[in-house]
Design a protein around this ligand. Sequence first.
Ligand SMILES: N[C@@H]1[C@@H](O)[C@H](O)[C@@H](COP(=O)(O)O)O[C@@H]1O
Length: 248
Amino acid sequence: MKIIEVKDYEEMSKKAAEYMLKKIKSSSQLNIGLATGGTPKGVYQELIKDYSQNKTSYTHIKTFNLDEYIGLKKDDPNSYFHYMNENLFKHIGISVEQTHIPSGTNENTVAECEAYENMIKNAGGIDLQLLGIGANGHIGFNEPGTSFQSKTHVVDLADSTREANARFFDRLEDVPKQAITMGIHTIFQSKEIILLASGKAKQQAMVELLNGEVTELFPASILNNHPNTIVIADEEALRGVKKTTNAM
Ligand SMILES: N[C@@H]1[C@@H](O)[C@H](O)[C@@H](COP(=O)(O)O)O[C@@H]1O
């Protein structure tokens, strides 16, 4: 894993956007995996800023989101479909046909998971995956204990994850209890991965990720075995990490 330490959230967002734009501009076709949550919002703002200045073309891009809450309709303000549209898609001239997010309202969740996994495979896999990290080490919505072999599947959200995400909802009771997420294996198959982390809330997770063992109890730890992962994290998130690891 390559670690890029940056000053703060703004620099993290700029670095990641710069990296993505370089790929976007130099590829004839690119499948990008996208994340939600608070962390990537700054990256999306940078991509939007670039689009308004340079009209960078996204016609050769397909996107695949990591996850979606079960039970939320597309137009629900807390669905990840809505989040992606508002925070990125509608501002960069990308059509809905180019973007993919698991459906949280397909009653046959098993079929939905299988179809999503196949869609990624048939598109040729993910070239560049953007990731955030949960305080408990989750990536996508793969909670501690998830098999490293897992493909797209339904998850029961940990109480701590529901509490962390309650800030986006009116009440904790409104946070769905389940989600569909790409599996750890699905994510690991990405040719390249960028993991972002900013702020104090991610300190413990960074220590576990960069100084800890590779274990299913800390899902992101599998990235230590990935051949092409870059962590872009700010000083505050990295405070406490022992810099004598092979990672730094
Ligand atoms: N499913 C998302 C993850 O993809 C995200 O990485 C994580 C961290 O979120 P945040 O960036 O808001 O800290 O939370 C959510 O649960």
